[in-house]
Structure formats: structure tokens, C-alpha cells
Write a protein that binds this ligand. Sequence first.
Ligand code: SRM
Ligand code: SF4
Length: 569
Amino acid sequence: MNKKNKIIEPIQKLTDAERIKKNSNYLRGTIVEDLKNEITNGFSGDNFSLIRFHGMYQQDDRDLRLERHEQKLEPRYAMMLRCRLPGGVIKAKKWLDIDYFASKNTLYGTIRLTNRQTFQFHGILKNKLKDVHKMLHRIELDSLATANDVNRNVLCTSNPMESLIHKEAYEWARKISELLLPHTKAYAEIWLDKKKVSTTDKEPILGKTYLPRKFKTTVVVPPYNDVDLYANDMNFIAIVKNQTIIGFNILIGGGLSFIHGNKNTWPFLATEMGYVSVKNTLLFAESIVTTQRDWGDRTDRSNAKTRYTINRFSLESFKKEVEKRAKVSFKPIRPYHFLSRGDRFGWIKDIHNYWNLTLFIQNGRIYDNDNQLLKSGLSKIAEIHDGNFRITSNQNIIISEVLEQKKDKIEKIALSYGLINKISNLRQNSMSCVSFPTCPLAMAEAERMLSHFISQLEDIMFKCGLEEESIIVRVSGCPNGCGRSLLAEIGLIGKSLGRYNLYIGGNRIGSRIAKIYKENITEKEILIYLKSLIKEWSIERIKKEAFGDFVIRKGVVKEIINPVYDFWN
Ligand code: SRM
Ligand code: SF4
């Protein structure tokens, strides 16, 4: 540990990602030149990585890879774009432009809600990229800093406004997002054809080489932990007095990814740092980010996130450094508690007498199919709705702030397009990452297998007399864990095509990491193991004991107390 809390100079070589950022002229690279190159649909060299800072990933359809390779064709390159949408709130009318763009200008024609309260377009060809940015700009949105080594889309409790607190929390999510945005003019120059405003961009918070790794932030209103705060780097838990937020408990250092077989990587839950008043909130946000900026490991990307920095320096040293930078001390954590993580479906009236309708979207994928005209239905609602759409961290959508006189009309549309269905509690609490065919890192199916997998679990639950019960089930196609499987009661993590590790024992509020139960097994084997465990649970559980708590109490798996050691042993 560095006793004087000075920035540690790395002895090892910096990663190539650091060189790319340093040489990029504040994220410009030669993206403009690449856009003019019509020979390829892809980006070359460093630009492949730099476009991520602008919210885009270069992908290719993995279902088509082999065929195109055999035909000696370039892979089917196209971009995924992720919008920036702090708190997931968007005016319903703006949805119409988004829907139109997805239909007309993407290879898949779908919109994908993510579990960080925003949406992605998959399959945008390079020559349509300026169009998408211009469209977003027209509706006052952008995709800046939704990927790579920056503070990502800021999450916020998305339940319909039960109180003014939720509105305040949302304003904080926006403020924190704005504070931590890159200042570079590159985004406007490249995508919106704005003239070069400055040749000496300054990045006072992020620095010239930005952060060592991605950084994730939430603002949470207890008792709902729908944002899964424990998976995030920096979290602000609202403390309320006299119906207003007076400050925040700050928890830092959460993250879920690991690398199969690499014991130097592990998931970790965000840990309590201290309480700060609203007056000092932005100051602390900045100080935490700059501490991670300067102390984070830039020589090894798999150990660069905040949790590893804290592990190397200790929470106490990190905290002292933050206080030194903020010139204010943390106060002791104030009491708070969480009750649930899921969304509350159906209609709810808020304190302003507006109605809010939460709709279940399987995997967050918005498209029309034989059973549901999800995409058409949502845009039909957007046409007549004056309020907002709110995307939840569970990949669902809330039609929010509906006037009493519009409620029936909106419900009629929702029913006739198949947006309101009887869905089991099990399915409502299920989630998966994107995985195949677009994710380049996918090892096993996730989104495309979840629905059928849940149907089979529903059958097991039914046979055990548990059809009204729920278990939080999540699937990720690889150990990056985008589906937040390690915070599930039953979590699957892809190992290879058709094979998964099975993790069990997370809790309902998302404050316990699931432990490995079986390694590298097929879907069929998973169902056999789960059938037996669920049956045991149905017979032996105490009162309303949740599945995750049951398997821990019965010692089916050991509870993870300190993930650094317990995750692997
Ligand atoms: Fe993720 C990378 C999709 C939430 C951990 N994630 C990816 C990429 C971009 C693959 C890539 O790098 O090329 C995936 C794109 C797939 C596609 O085709 O769309 C991808 N991640 C997603 C989304 C869309 C999953 C979803 O189904 O909702 C989520 C987008 C969120 C957003 O709007 O910003 C998404 N990713 C998460 C989460 C969950 C969360 O943030 O609450 C995690 C685990 C939490 C965490 O960060 O520890 C997560 N994604 C990762 C990682 C591992 C990062 C790490 O710390 O090592 C990667 C790989 C990387 O960054 O190197 C990754
Ligand atoms: Fe891709 Fe893996 Fe994330 Fe799934 S968990 S979206 S497979 S990176």
C-alpha cells in the first residue's frame, strides 16, 4: 500500500487501450477518415475502440460468420449504438423517431432495452451512423459515454413517482451524468458536423486518458433496489427527511464480471463508504471518480475496475483520499433498508394522480411477432401519450404520467397489441443479456434461450404447486455477466455453446452473490438439478422462504461472505 496516498507509478507496461486513448486527440482518432472509406463497413485500427466512447460498438452477425468466411466476404460488420438516457426517462413522443429509425435503418428492425435503463439499436451500417446521431440530436438525446472507459448511463430508481423523492432522485441522476461526461468536442464535430470549436479540449475530471476502465453509477430510493446497486462502482442511496432528499449514503466498488478460471478476477458487492449531504454530493462524486482515475490499474484491464483498486489500496485509504480531494469528511452511514428489486407490473397511480402502466418486455427486445405487436403497440401508444416512457433496469418499460382521461384508451391499445398478458411471476423476474448473434464475446446463448428455459421452469414450478411463486432467474452468455446472473437466485453463465455454469443462492434484494453449484453442464442437466432443488424447496422451506435463502440455509452451496476468497473456493 502507498502510505502517502500518492499516485502509484505503474512499473508494468500500460495497456494498449491507454496508448489508444492518449494518441486519440481527445477521442477523435481518424474516425472521420474511416467514415469516408466505402471499401469496408468496419472501422480500422484504434478507431474500432474509439467509437465506443461515442456510444457505438462494431459487431458482426455471428450466425453469418462462417458462411461469409466461406464466401470470402468481409464479416457482416454493423454497429450497435447505445443511447445515453440517465434514469431511463424519455418523452413518449421521442419514441416515434427511435421506432422509425429502427424500422428503416437497422438490419434487425428491433429496439433493445438494456438493463441499464436505456436502449440499443443493433445493425446500423457505417453509412447510416451520422443519420442516427443527427436523429438523436434532433430529439435532444445522444450516445456519448455509454461505452468504454467513462462513467456510463446513470441508473435511478424507476418505479413510478410515489413521492416527490423519485423526481428529485432522477434530477440527481441527470446532474451526476452531466458532471462526469467527457468534455471533448469530438462527438459534435464528427457526428453532428459541428465545426471545430476548440483545439485544446480539456478533460478536468476524466483526464486526457479518461478512466482506467468502465465506471457505473446509480441513484437509489430505498426500499427499491431495482437498479441492482451492489453491481455498480458508485452508488448514492437517498436519505430523506420531511419529504426531501437531504443527502446520500455512498457505496462503492461493485462489479460482477470475472474470467473463467482466473482467480485474480472476482465479483464484488458495492461497500459502504459514508454519508454525504446534498450540498457535497457532486463534490464527492467527482472526488471518487478522480481517485479511481489516478489509482486504478492501467496495466491490466482485468484488474482495473474500482473494486480491484480498493482491494489493492484498502477501502480506508481510498476513502481518505476521496476526503482529501473533496476537503470534506464522510459522515457515518445513515439507516436504510431494501425490500425488493423487481418491477411492479400493471397500473399504479402516483401522488400527482397520474397513472403509470408497467409492461413486461421479455429480454427487453422490442419487435413485432406472431403473439405480440410490441413495437407497433408502443409506437401507437407514443402517438397519443403526452407523458414519458421509463425504461427500467429490469429491461421493462413504464408508460408513465398517463392522464386519467387517456388511461382507458392506452389500455385498449396495450390489450389489442398484446402488450398486457398473464405472465408468471417467475418470468416477470427473469432476465438475460443479449449474447448471440450480435455480442462478439458470447460463449453460449442467453436471450434466445431464456423464454423456452423459463417455460420449462414454469412447468417444474407448476408440478411442485409453486405456480404463484417466483425465483429470480438470470442468464448471461459469458462471465462478463451482463445479465447480472451473479445477483440472481438462479444464475446461468455461459461456458461454451450449449453449456453453462450454474450459480445459486443470491437473495431477493440483490445483496448476496450466488455461488457455483455445477460447472459446465447442459441446459437439460441444469433442469434436472433445478427440478430436484425446487421440489426440495417446495417441501422443506420455512414459511415464505425464498429459493436463494433456502439453498443457503440447507447448505446446498456455501454463502459467499468475502467474494475475493469465497467465490473461487
Ligand atoms: Fe455488458 C461488454 C451488453 C450490462 C459487464 N456488454 C458488453 C458488450 C458491449 C460486448 C462487447 O464488449 O463487445 C455487450 C453488447 C452485446 C450486444 O450485442 O448488445 C454488452 N451489457 C450489455 C447489455 C446490453 C446487456 C443487456 O441485455 O441489457 C447491458 C447494457 C447496459 C447499458 O445500457 O449500458 C450490459 N454489462 C452489463 C452489466 C450489468 C449492469 O451494468 O448492471 C454488467 C455487469 C456489471 C459490471 O459491470 O460488472 C456488464 N459488459 C460487461 C463486461 C465486463 C466488464 C468488466 O468489469 O470486466 C463487458 C466486457 C468488457 O467491458 O470488457 C461487457
Ligand atoms: Fe455478451 Fe457476455 Fe455480456 Fe452476454 S454477458 S452480452 S455474452 S459480453
